[in-house]
Design a protein around this ligand. Structure first.
Ligand SMILES: [Zn+2]
Length: 351
């Protein structure tokens, strides 16, 4: 509500309004600090509250990356994301974590550790990258981007979690991750995962199983609300899950881009919530990306398809829990000797 109040003023007379804005902002910060809780507990205001994107009159957001309302809630208004929901909680890839707002490098993957708190945790910072201030609660130590002042989270000491005895508890949403590109190809023996939904998983699985470099393909359910859903529940279309496949592959043999391309050529990405005769949101076309790199590749490919005249409806959804389907769904075409009824390869890219 306070935010709405601010916007009204912003849209009227900026000169007069700025004093109100400052006052309301200060008040909001104090209120937020009072209701905010430390890493390790949930923040009640995180769910359900709506923030508008019209908050553009604040000077220092202008020269940085544009923030979504949720990013702004955390980064500007010092909010806290829900634990175990952030993009980088489980990220173990090699690379550098940078400030979402200004791009300044903040943490190295080599200093990341699993604290079990649900937030990305580091026991050290890139020297000089982090500003520390006593939190508005007078108790914790807030950490901010030293370059732009973006709120990152808090730092805790003497918990004995690592040798360095520090835990920088950071909101994923305050960060971007720059992956070391050569990392996955250089390491032999590692496999990576890619999750795609393109209608009935029998046919999608069938095509991916034939690709060189693919170690395994599992049919399952993802992107919904219920834990351990059954086929019957997913079929109802009410759980929000999509029939999907989890492809485990060797990145030194086949790239994510090649797999994603194949995905777009073995199903029809222009059909909304259906695939051939199968209708319903559980048959939606979706890429469940595990990191920013996968997301960017998928976006690039969708752009290419659109340029080729395809009205692509494929959704990009962040990867969430993947539930393997019942045994009788696995390797369906291999077991039955039948041929896929609605997944036929069709070339859609130029090369
Ligand atoms: Zn920054």
């Amino acid at each position: 509500m306070f935010y709405m109040f601010v916007f009204r003023f912003c849209s009227v007379k900026v000169g007069v309004a700025m004093r109100y804005v400052k006052f309301v902002l200060l008040f909001t910060m104090i209120m937020t600090a009072m209701t905010a809780v430390s890493c390790g507990k949930q923040m009640p205001e995180a769910a359900g509250k709506k923030f508008t994107t019209e908050y553009s009159c604040r000077e220092d957001t202008m020269k940085y990356n544009t923030l979504s309302p949720e990013e702004e809630r955390v980064i500007v208004h010092k909010g806290t994301e829900m634990p175990f929901t952030g993009e980088y909680v489980y990220n173990k890839d090699d690379g550098t974590y940078v400030c979402k707002r200004c791009g300044e490098p903040l943490f190295r993957s080599s200093d990341k550790f699993d604290s079990g708190t649900g937030w990305p945790s580091f026991d050290d910072e890139i020297p000089g990258a982090i500003k520390k201030e006593t939190d508005a609660d007078g108790r914790r130590t807030e950490i901010l981007c030293a370059n732009c002042g973006a709120h990152l989270g808090h730092v805790f000491y003497n918990e004995g979690m690592t040798d360095k005895n520090a835990r920088y508890c950071v909101n994923s949403i305050s960060l971007d991750f720059n992956r070391e590109e050569s990392a996955d190809a250089a390491v032999t023996g590692t496999t990576l995962k890619a999750v795609f939904a393109g209608g009935c998983f029998w046919g999608v699985e069938h095509h991916f199983q034939k690709v060189d470099g693919v170690k395994s393909v599992t049919s399952g359910y993802t992107g919904g609300s219920k834990a351990n859903p059954t086929y019957k529940e997913v079929c109802s279309g009410k759980t929000g899950h999509a029939e999907a496949v989890e492809v485990e592959y060797d990145p030194s043999v086949v790239s994510y881009e090649k797999l994603a391309k194949l995905f777009f050529e073995i199903h029809d990405p222009t059909q909304l919530n259906r695939q051939g005769p199968d209708m319903g949101p559980q048959y939606r076309s979706a890429v469940f990306y595990a990191n920013d790199e996968q997301k960017k590749i998928a976006e690039k490919l969708i752009g290419e398809l659109k340029a080729n005249g395809y009205d692509v409806v494929t959704e990009l959804e962040p990867a969430s829990e993947f539930y393997p389907a019942e045994d009788y769904h696995q390797d369906y075409y291999e077991k039955t000797g039948k041929q896929p009824y609605c997944h036929v390869y069709q070339k859609r890219f130029n090369n």
